[in-house]
Structure formats: C-alpha cells, structure tokens
Design a binder for this molecule. Structure first.
Ligand SMILES: *[C@@H]1O[C@H](CO)[C@@H](O)[C@H](O)[C@H]1NC(C)=O
Ligand SMILES: *[C@@H]1O[C@H](CO)[C@@H](O)[C@H](O)[C@H]1NC(C)=O
Length: 509
C-alpha cells in the first residue's frame, strides 16, 4: 500500500518535471486563406499541444479538431483582413479558379501580391507589435508557412528564435536553394512543371525553363527580395512529402518530410445514410468522386458534368459524389450526392474500389494510406504533379478535364476497376507509406525540441546554404584555373620563342 503511494508520487512528480522541462511557448503563423494549408499546419500544431507545448497562432482559420478548446492553444485572429481575395476560400466557381491559374506568371503574381498584403497586415497587428517590441509574451520558437514572400521571414529574424517553415505542398521552387540542397534541374522535377522526374531531353529542358521562369517571376513580384530564405541560421523546413509517393531527393538534416501528418487525427464518424450506402453496396462496390473543398463541382461546365453523368449511369457501382446542391438535373440512379463527405473514413472502407480526384495533397495521402486506385483529373498548381506521382507508381491513371469523352472516360474507369495491377500497386505503396521510424507528429515534436535545445549548435544547416552562386558553380576556381593555364601557355611560348630566336639561324626562319 505504502510503496504504491510512493510509486504514484514518483510518477506524478516525474510527469510534472517532464512538463516543466518540455513545455515551450511557440508562436505559429498560418497566413494562407486556403483550408488545405490550414489542414497541414493545424496537424503540426495539434502534435505540439498534445506534447505539452503552448501554441499561439496568428491565422484567419478558427481552431479546428483537437485545437478547439485546448487550454494551451490560443487563436490570434487575423480574419478582419479577410476581404476580397484574402477571404477563406471554399467552393469557388470553377471558371474563375481556372482563370486565376491560367499561367504560372498570372498565378505567381497574384499569390505574391497576396502574401505581401498579408505580411503587412500581420506586422501591423497590435499583438504582433507587442511581441516584436518584447513588451508582449516571449516565445521559444516560431512555426510558420512562409507563403511566397521573404517578407514573412522578418518575424523569426526579429525575435531571434529558431524557426520552422511548414510547406503544405511538395518543395516550392525557390526553397531548396535556401536549405543548401538546390534542385538539380536535370533530374529533380520542379513543382509547377507537372513531371516529378523529367527523363527525356524535352522534359528536362521544360523543367529547367519552368524553374528559372517561376524563380524570376517570384523574385520580380516580391520587389527583388532574395530567394535565399529561410536564411536564418537555425531554421528548419517541414515539407508535406514522403519518399514513398514523391521521388526521393537530396536534403540536409534541416529538412524533414512530414507527408500525411494530417492522418494523425482520429477518423470522423461516417453519417448513417452514407454508412448504409457503403455497407449495402453490391459486389461491384463504390466509387468516390470529389474535387475537394476549393472548387464547387456544380460550377463545372455542363458538357463535363453530362459526360460524368452518362458514364456513371452505365456503371454497376454506386458513386458517392461530393456536390454542393441538393438537386442535380438528370442525376443517375446509382449516384448519391453529398455536400460534405468524411473522405478519409470513407476511403478506408473495404467496399470502396476507386477514387476520382483532382489530386489535392491531403486527398492523395488519404487515398495512398487507404490503398485504393485513383482516376486523377488534375486542375492546377501541384495537382498535375501529385497525380503524375501516382501514375508513375502504377496506382492511378490521369485524364485532362478539357479532353474527356464518354468513350475515354469509361475505358479509363474500366481499366482501373478491372486491371488488378492498380489495386495491387496501391496496397504495396500503402505499406511503404506507413513504414517509418517515427510518425510525422513524433518527428515534428522531436525536431522542434531539438532546435530549441541546441539552437545554432545543432549543426543542421549545410554550408552550401550560405555559398554564393559563384562558389556553388565553382566559377571562381574555374577562372583561377583558366588564368593559370593562360599564364603557363604564354610563359611557355615566350621561352620557346627566345630559344628559337637564339639557336635557329635567321635565314632558316
Ligand atoms: C499546458 O501547458 C502547461 C505548461 O507548459 C503544462 O504544464 C500543461 O500540462 C499543459 N496542459 C495540457 C492539457 O497539455
Ligand atoms: C485527348 O485524348 C485523346 C484520347 O485519349 C488523346 O489521344 C489526346 O492526345 C488527348 N489530347 C490532349 C491534348 O491531351
């Protein structure tokens, strides 16, 4: 009895010690208005509060999931800036979205301008001013998305604490240079070039041109700010990739993959009507069709919607379609409409045979984890590349939305359902995806702790991150070598000239 009390006292004492040792104060910032970005950032922050840290986050997204009502999570609201293009975006008109993304130049100009506006707003917030003047609370580290401007990096720079940048997509074109492992344009597919691994000469050329173009356009629109950020000495990058899906690439210990971190949440319950559809499906199973939260499906062009309806009506499967209206004209019998679906929970159900998706990063990890084949219809940004990764892995086929016909769509769906290799590959990739030394959440908690513990002594930053481009391409050494060779050549020819002049009679010349 007595020893039990002592043991309990020791346990309580060590837990309280542990929390005073590990509880850090972390300032987070998620300036993006897109829910998909918040989905990744909030999963990082959930891991931190669950490990006993206190987090204050500047964002316009209200606290969700395990952050809502957590005593150690504080939401610092920036939603009063949310007007026009900075509002939280959901269910946007398809045509408008495609206009905004019609070219990399147009898209980058918009996103950089928006980042600068958000940056200005954040630095004007009284709470942030107090923190920067050191009259507000102090923090041990900053966790933020840098968005597309170096401007945001001023926050950790001014505070002088370690910073972790969270990248919700694969590496953005201008970041690898700053981490000291620049993309080699011959074999690392750049984010907006659609091909994860360029192989032919044309693909490599296109890859290099897209990289140079996007880096220059970003730099120009960011008022000439350097692309070498995060330049701050103890900074780290968490990128939403995993080498089972995205081709592996060289990176230093200042970059860590947290691909699929949002899967650490418990599965949401499936509403009864959908659960019935899944349970009572015939032996052909169920197809899940969604373009995510960003685009409103009912704004797709009529001919595209009609193609889907006609092809679906000829399938023996039931189709669960994320659709924003209660009513759909000419809805086929076997289609079930849903305004919102607990996507991950549904994909885990054994009766789901195919996922039709635009290739948003979160959905890609959910379907990889579930081991289900994919028909990808990518629309913009990282989506073509995300889908191409799955095509390269043999778990998906890709189609272009402006090139869908009844015949091609039904042949593609038929192949994905009946060729067993797609589901076999999907199961194989799922097992690779889950096979890790630690979960992304554990990795986040460990590395942030490491940065705070060791600061600049952590030795995580490769010296290549600070090298100038002349030393990176060895231009100075080549120039020195060239000068030496030229000197050798001129000395040799001068000496030869002298010798020839001296020993050869002038009448023989
Ligand atoms: C909140 O943070 C404090 C101080 O870091 C810690 O002692 C406490 O256990 C945390 N609370 C929860 C519910 O994690
Ligand atoms: C459109 O689809 C057809 C049939 O699959 C294909 O042959 C053609 O190359 C596609 N066109 C484009 C622009 O992708």
């Amino acid at each position: 009895m007595c020893s039990g009390v002592i043991r309990l006292a020791i346990v309580v004492w060590s837990i309280s010690c542990l929390s005073t040792i590990t509880g850090h104060r972390i300032l987070a910032c998620e300036p993006s208005h897109a829910y998909s970005h918040w989905n990744v950032m909030s999963a990082v922050l959930e891991s931190l509060v669950a490990a006993g840290h206190e987090v204050v986050c500047v964002t316009m997204h209200p606290a969700t999931d395990r952050l809502a009502a957590h005593p150690n999570y504080t939401h610092m609201d920036m939603s009063s800036m949310a007007i026009g293009s900075t509002q939280i975006i959901q269910n946007v008109d398809y045509a408008q979205m495609m206009r905004n993304h019609r070219s990399n130049v147009v898209m980058l100009k918009r996103v950089v301008a928006r980042s600068l506006r958000m940056c200005e707003y954040i630095f004007d917030m009284p709470e942030i001013r107090d923190i920067l003047d050191r009259s507000g609370p102090a923090f041990d580290a900053v966790v933020m998305e840098s968005l597309n401007s170096k401007c945001m990096s001023a926050l950790p720079d001014r505070l002088g604490v370690p910073v972790v940048y969270v990248v919700p997509s694969p590496m953005v074109n201008w970041m690898p240079v700053a981490t000291g492992a620049p993309d080699h344009l011959s074999y690392i597919g750049t984010l907006l070039a659609d091909r994860p691994t360029p192989t032919t000469f044309n693909q490599r050329l296109a890859n290099a041109l897209v990289n140079v173009q996007t880096v220059l356009v970003r730099w120009y629109n960011d008022k000439g700010r350097d692309h070498r950020w995060p330049e701050y000495r103890h900074s780290m990058v968490f990128v939403n990739t995993h080498h089972s899906v995205e081709p592996s690439r060289p990176m230093g210990p200042n970059v860590h993959e947290i691909g699929g971190i949002h899967l650490n949440r418990p599965l949401s319950p499936i509403p009864q009507d959908l659960a019935d559809v899944l349970e009572k499906s015939n032996k052909f199973g169920v197809i899940v069709f969604t373009f995510g939260s960003l685009i409103s499906m009912n704004t797709l062009p009529d001919d595209v919607l009609d193609t889907f309806k006609i092809v679906f009506s000829q399938l023996p499967q039931t189709v669960i379609w994320k659709y924003e209206n209660d009513y759909m004209p000419d809805k086929p019998e076997n289609v079930v409409l849903c305004k919102w679906i607990p996507q991950r929970a549904i994909l885990q159900h054994p009766n789901v045979k195919l996922f039709i998706s635009h290739g948003g990063m979160s959905g890609v990890y959910e379907v990889v984890d579930a081991g289900v084949p994919v028909l990808g219809i990518p629309l913009f940004y990282d989506q073509p590349r995300n889908i191409q990764n799955l095509v390269d892995l043999g778990t998906a086929l890709s189609m272009k939305i402006n090139n869908l016909t009844h015949t091609t769509l039904s042949i593609t769906i038929d192949r994905l359902l009946n060729d067993k290799s797609f589901s076999e590959n999907a199961k194989r990739v799922a097992s690779l995806f889950r096979d890790r030394p630690m979960t992304p959440s554990e990795s986040v908690v460990f590395w942030i702790d490491y940065l705070i513990r060791h600061g600049t002594e952590g030795n995580i930053r490769p010296s290549s991150a600070d090298a100038s481009w002349t030393s990176h391409f060895m231009l100075d050494m080549c120039a020195a070598l060239l000068v030496a060779l030229l000197m050798l050549w001129s000395i040799t020819s001068f000496v030869l000239h002298l010798i020839l002049n001296k020993f050869i009679p002038s009448n023989l010349k």
